[in-house]
Design a protein around this ligand. Structure first.
Ligand code: GCB
Length: 671
């Protein structure tokens, strides 16, 4: 057995060495940047990529939405002139970029969230190349998104790299995808039937046949199958190789807790030689949404309990790095979610990869928000952004649905475009579902996607938290085969504002957003969601506070404070722990209102979230009576604090091995 694995790896390493002609050289340094206003170019400053020019003003109402320029001077990395080609690939530039190399215009890309790639083989010099990128993040009625409360940070905010590839290669130019698409056409517990399409760039008719060899490694590392047969057809400028691969008794990717992935190693073969190679980690899985029973993963009920994520971060805006992506994922894992809506636009490839590895199910989305314009160029931009989202992220097994819009309204007949986008998504990817998030009932586009979800804020923008029951029941029709989810719900909260008696929503656009109300909204909303197993998924708005320049509410300018974690990722709000208690298997206990350290009233309730079956609470060393409520909430009612400092301690006994876990805090009574 071990010998087999060893031989498999040895042959893997040897073929990889032949195909090592493919390299990627990140362009991180050597950049300078200047804002451009009219004829005036401001002082150039040295910057590193990723970069945004809105890191400091992104939460102010008049943040800079305009033009800027970047310049990068670099020497060419070693390239074998006759056998290799060079490309420059941008992972995302916000939002409209035109690129030149050594004075030659390479192209223009419109859309802030997707990658694009140009060939530079014949423009690249050995020394002193100058790459120029002119960018604007000014609002543009022909480029999605046209609306949304989130800040549109400008800049080259995701990595840029030079790709050095063999003359004939898996193409980087098919909407900047990796050139290979693994389609999970039929997967069940007995077999994974996969169709692979590899698009090849640079092949000439006179070259004779090209072949594709695919080797699939099991999660443990041994080879499970090697496929060598492929059909080739000329498809525009590419040669397309089609192949079927069957994995018998596949080890399935089972979501959080069981994200087993196979390694796919692709070799492009010509005249018996391996001329290009590519490797992808992909989990095989199958899923289904039953309109009356919810989400199923690999044939088993799998209720999706999720959060939404925006990509920005305090002091960095969208220009975040590996470290920040990982930290976000760690926090999402810590809360115990099993699903993420990556709102409201395509996120970084790196984050989808983290989702694959963590076993998170993912809702992926294009930025078609609020309204569109009835202009062919806008429609074309929508189609382009959707195609890029799908092709660039095709192999991410975490993604189960493509979302076509968020909260459309207005009279611009958006359903006509949604219909086109729905067809496009199905044509591009028949294996995944289409979805959308609406906030208005009765609109024609709400009936077009495979499954549907609604943004609803009972207890915040309207009514009280328990009204979530009507919000859901109103949308769900037991006689209709229409699966319903909750794509957004939540409430704003400041970690510096507290109220022990709050019974109704504060003024939502006011400055008073006590942390306690957010927690009550989530308790009330979640209770109703849980009672309805047909809700295929629910997604808290939002996992993190995010920049929303036009807002001035709560205790910070320019922040949407509905996050369960603060914008700097330093503080988990009480509502975070409510979900952790309900979702995470790791024993936890948390006293709420801990930050309400100075009290003016002696009588108070003490509320604790814990996933332990039993919780006890001591106040100044004496036990108080604790009532256990549903959904991991424990309350000691009308506890009397004494003047001065009070020590509160909560104990939970875990089910595993009777170990006690504790949390404590101290409150000072002022009279
Ligand atoms: C929504 C939007 C989202 C907003 C959110 C809010 O329905 O889809 O982009 O941020 O409401 O906080 O109001």
């Amino acid at each position: 057995m071990y010998l087999r694995i060893y031989i498999a790896f040895l042959s893997f390493i040897l073929t990889a060495a032949v195909g090592a002609a493919r390299t990627s050289v990140p362009l991180v340094n050597g950049w300078s940047f200047a804002k451009v206003e009219g004829e005036k170019t401001y002082q150039w400053e040295n910057v590193a990529i990723p970069h945004t020019w809105n890191d400091a003003d992104g939460t102010t109402p008049n943040y800079y939405r305009g033009k800027a320029a970047y310049r990068c001077r670099f020497d060419a990395p070693p390239v074998q002139l006759h056998t290799q080609r060079t490309f420059v690939r941008f992972e995302a530039v916000s939002q409209d970029a035109t690129v030149w190399l050594n004075g030659k215009r390479l192209g223009r890309h419109q859309g802030a969230f997707t990658a694009f790639c140009y060939e530079i083989t014949h423009v690249l010099k050995e020394k002193n190349n100058e790459l120029v990128v002119k960018v604007t993040n000014a609002a543009d009625s022909l480029v999605m998104p046209l609306e949304g409360d989130f800040t549109i940070f400008g800049g080259i905010y995701r990595p840029v790299a030079l790709l050095i590839l063999p003359n004939v290669c898996f193409t980087p130019q098919d909407f900047a995808s990796c050139g290979i698409y693994v389609s999970q056409s039929k997967v069940n517990n007995e077999i994974a039937h996969l169709n692979i399409i590899a698009k090849v760039d640079g092949a000439k008719d006179s070259d004779g046949p090209y072949g594709l060899r695919t080797t699939v490694f099991a999660p443990e590392g041994h080879i499970v199958v090697t496929a060598t047969n492929s059909n080739s057809v000329k498809d525009g400028s590419f040669l397309t190789l089609n192949q079927s691969v069957d994995i018998s008794n596949p080890q399935l990717w089972g979501g959080v807790g069981n994200p087993a992935m196979h390694r796919f190693f692709f070799e492009l073969i010509h005249n018996g030689q391996v001329i290009d190679t590519l490797s992808q980690n992909i989990g095989v899985r199958y899923f289904e949404v039953n309109p009356h029973q919810g989400f199923f993963l690999n044939g088993k009920e799998f209720p999706l309990r999720g959060v939404n994520r925006h990509q920005d971060r305090d002091g960095m805006g969208w220009a975040i790095t590996h470290r920040e992506h990982c930290q976000d994922m760690e926090l999402i894992k810590e809360i115990g979610a099993n699903c993420i809506r990556l709102a409201h636009y395509p996120h970084s490839d790196e984050f989808y990869t983290l989702c694959d590895e963590a076993g998170m199910l993912v809702w992926a989305e294009i930025p078609y928000i609020g309204h569109g314009t009835r202009h062919y160029a806008f429609d074309a931009n929508a189609r382009q952004q959707l195609t890029e989202l799908i092709r660039q992220n095709y192999n991410h097994c975490s993604i189960f649905c493509w979302s076509l819009f968020n909260e459309l309204g207005g009279s611009g007949r958006p359903h006509e475009l949604v219909e086109q986008l729905n067809e496009l998504a199905h044509r591009e990817d028949p294996t995944r579902l289409t979805v959308a998030a609406a906030n208005n009932d009765g609109r024609p586009e709400n009936d077009m996607t495979d499954i549907m979800a609604y943004n609803t804020y009972p207890g915040w923008y309207w009514a009280d938290p328990g009204t979530m029951q009507w919000a859901i029941d109103w949308k769900y029709d037991p006689n209709k085969n229409r699966a319903i989810g909750i794509s957004e719900y939540g409430a704003g909260a400041s970690i510096n504002q507290h109220d022990q008696h709050i019974v109704k929503a504060p003024k939502t656009d006011g400055s008073w957003h006590p942390e306690e109300w957010q927690a009550l909204v989530h308790e009330g909303n979640y209770r109703e969601i849980r009672k309805r197993p047909y809700v295929w998924g629910s997604f808290v708005w939002n996992m993190f506070d995010f920049a929303s320049a036009s807002r001035h509410e709560g205790d910070r300018q320019g922040i949407n404070d509905k996050g369960l974690v603060t914008y700097d990722r330093q503080t988990r709000k009480d509502a975070f722990y409510f979900y952790q208690a309900n979702w995470s298997k790791k024993p936890m206990i948390h006293i709420t209102s801990k930050r309400h350290t100075t009290r003016n009233e002696a009588l108070t309730d003490i509320k604790v979230y814990s996933n332990c079956p039993e919780v006890s609470i001591e106040v100044n060393g004496k036990y108080v009576h604790v009532e256990r409520l549903e959904h991991c909430i424990f309350v000691a009612h009308d506890v009397k604090l004494t003047s001065g400092e009070n020590q509160i301690e909560a104990f939970g006994i875990t089910t595993d091995n009777d170990v006690a876990i504790t949390d404590k805090c101290s409150w000072t009574l002022n009279n």
